[in-house]
Design a protein around this ligand. Structure first.
Ligand code: AMP
Length: 570
């Protein structure tokens, strides 16, 4: 398949904001693709080359792209830079300059999807001395054979700025539509995806034979999409929803999935990034476990032996950043509280009810640094509340109530897990929101150049972001500087194509950073678009910045549905 077909589809997708139209355009591409091509197209559409846990980064900065455009177009560097200043998008600059190209290549070969992918993959792999020159040369080679439209997308891709606004759900729908003309296979495809978190692998298997979705099995070293928790405001409502249920402590650390096969151990974050090297102490503990093949999940927390208390999420993160790993492991020993089991000695446990999974987990835990989350079965709101109060006195975040019969709901927010956190009702309510824009500093803040952020939540039914607050307070001076620098790098000219907004910030940024925002209550307001009804969305009143959630990606932010629930209950 020609890369030009993909570039044309991307161009059309960019002009659309409707999910249905995007799905159809992508489906038409998948219809024509071979399994290998489908795999590459699925990755490229996401702006990736491999699934997130492979940690492949193209590693090309703007400077290098400018150099490659200069070389391939024959224009001087100053022209490329001037155009960049004007357009704010090197993709558009490449397209423009190549359509007015001075040096016409005599032997232009049409680019295929596979050859473009291979070149980009090689660019990503090049390391060592001379690798930058090699990266530039490969890019020049691509440009020499590219049409102007292809050059636009190749450029954006290598810079990590493709930003089509096509989320995983659209790709999954498009695969189904490519085969049946409708979304009837979406659920099966999504199941496979949630069990391996590898969109390209799923696309390849599906195009090979759609039956492979139903037969799809968990594999060690392919992380599973984490199950998500709903929230309810009181013990009474939790018991009304679940009846007799399990209650576990909710530890405020970072979530990890642990994979073991023989002596090999890998640890993945909630965002599915490989974090094994950060946890030598945990790896050692896992190697000593009895099972030969196992995948389980837990929360990692640092424990202060002197004070006999757990460190908060922030202190635990600090441990990773500030100290050398070795020193940190000794000074702040990590404990993992295992809370779920996905796979054991060849058996897919995600299909078992919670209580069976827990029993199997208890068959080989606790040992050493790998503990078990504390769990009790309760039947009344009073019992549940007393565990909740216990958790708070231990300085934990709250509790997780779990449906005794529920399967593991990979990648889904179902009422299998319900969280009750200390902030609800009493102290501080917070949501996790995505930064989509920011403001210039005025008055006393002018010296920081930073005046706050515009944040949004994710609507997982429409796959769009919807704004919910302008956050101007809660930042220390240090944070203002940090945000300014961080967001300046991600500034974009146009509002993100998958964002619904009513107010405009001074600068737009691509949805990427998640922040925890505290607020007093939620009201209806015409200035925001979250859960909009009759021209008014939901908005946070008195929003305050709490912290950056760098363990969460934009699609793991609080959802519109959750905000609607909180609004309804408050
Ligand atoms: P939240 O981040 O507030 O949506 O809460 C869900 C998170 O709580 C999960 O992603 C886990 O990281 C964390 N967590 C802590 N303890 C538990 C537990 N016992 N069971 C499940 N999740 C837990």
């Amino acid at each position: 398949m020609l890369f030009e077909d993909v570039a044309k589809a991307f161009d059309e997708i960019e002009g659309k904001s409707g999910r249905l139209e995007m799905t159809d355009l992508l489906a038409r591409i998948f219809e024509k693709a071979s399994p290998e091509e489908a795999e590459r197209i699925a990755y490229i559409t996401q702006g990736e080359l491999r699934p997130p846990y492979d940690g492949i980064d193209l590693g090309l900065g703007e400077k290098f792209a400018i150099e490659a455009i200069r070389k391939a177009s024959g224009y001087p560097k100053s022209t490329v830079e001037k155009e960049f200043e004007k357009e704010g998008d090197l993709g558009v600059v490449a397209e423009k300059l190549f359509s007015e190209k001075k040096q016409q290549s005599l032997f232009r070969k049409s680019l295929s999807v596979l050859s473009v992918y291979n070149s980009m993959f090689k660019i990503s792999r090049a390391t060592g001395s001379g690798s930058q020159t090699m990266k530039i040369n490969r890019l020049v080679e691509l440009y020499n054979n590219a049409t102007p439209l292809e050059a636009r997308y190749v450029t954006r891709f290598v810079l990590g700025q493709l930003r089509l606004g096509v989320g995983d759900p659209t790709i999954l729908d498009a695969l189904s539509v490519s085969h049946t003309g409708d979304k009837s296979l979406r659920e099966e495809i999504e199941r496979a995806y949630n069990l391996c978190s590898d969109i390209g692998y799923v696309a390849r298997l599906f195009i090979e034979d759609p039956k492979k979705m139903k037969e799809f099995k968990i594999e060690v070293f392919k992380p599973i999409m984490p199950a998500l928790a709903e929230r309810l405001p009181t013990p009474k409502e939790i018991i009304a929803k679940l009846g007799k249920c399990a209650v576990e402590y909710k530890y405020d650390g970072f979530r990890i999935a642990i994979h073991k096969k023989g002596n090999r151990v890998e640890i993945y974050s909630r965002r599915l990034e490989k974090m094994t090297h950060m946890f030598p102490d945990v790896v050692e503990g896992v190697q000593k476990l009895k099972p030969k093949e196992v995948i389980f999940e837990g929360e990692a927390l640092a424990f202060n032996e002197d004070e006999k208390r757990f460190y908060s999420f922030q202190e635990t993160m600090h441990r990773r950043r500030k100290y050398g790993l070795k020193e940190a492991s000794g000074k702040y020993p990590l404990h993992v509280f295992a809370f779920d089991l996905h796979y054991l000695e060849g058996e897919d446990c995600t299909q078992l009810p919670y209580l069976d999974r827990r029993k199997k987990l208890e068959s080989f835990l606790p040992t050493g640094v790998i503990k078990l989350s504390r769990m009790r079965i309760v039947s009344t709101p009073k019992e549940l509340d007393s565990l909740f109060q216990n958790a708070l006195t231990m300085r934990l975040e709250g509790i997780m109530a779990k449906d005794l019969k529920a399967k593991y709901t990979a990648g889904k927010r179902k009422f299998a897990w319900i969280k009750l956190k200390k902030s609800y009702g009493k102290e501080m309510d917070t949501i996790d929101a995505v930064i989509v824009g920011y403001y210039r500093g005025k008055g006393s803040r002018a010296k920081f150049g930073f005046g706050g952020i515009l944040v949004a939540v994710y609507n997982d039914e429409t796959s769009r972001f919807e704004t919910i607050a302008k956050v101007g307070s809660g930042f220390t001076e240090e944070e203002m500087e940090k945000f300014q620098k961080m967001l300046d790098e991600d500034k974009v000219k146009r509002p993100p194509s998958n964002l619904d907004y009513a107010m405009e910030p001074d600068f737009w940024v691509h949805p990427k950073y998640v922040v925890e925002v505290a607020y007093d209550n939620i009201t209806r307001s015409p200035t925001h678009t979250c859960g909009k009804e009759e021209g008014k969305g939901l908005a946070l009143r008195f929003p305050r910045m709490v912290r950056i959630r760098d363990d969460k990606g934009p699609f793991n932010s609080t959802t519109t549905k959750e905000v609607e629930e909180i609004f309804r209950f408050s």
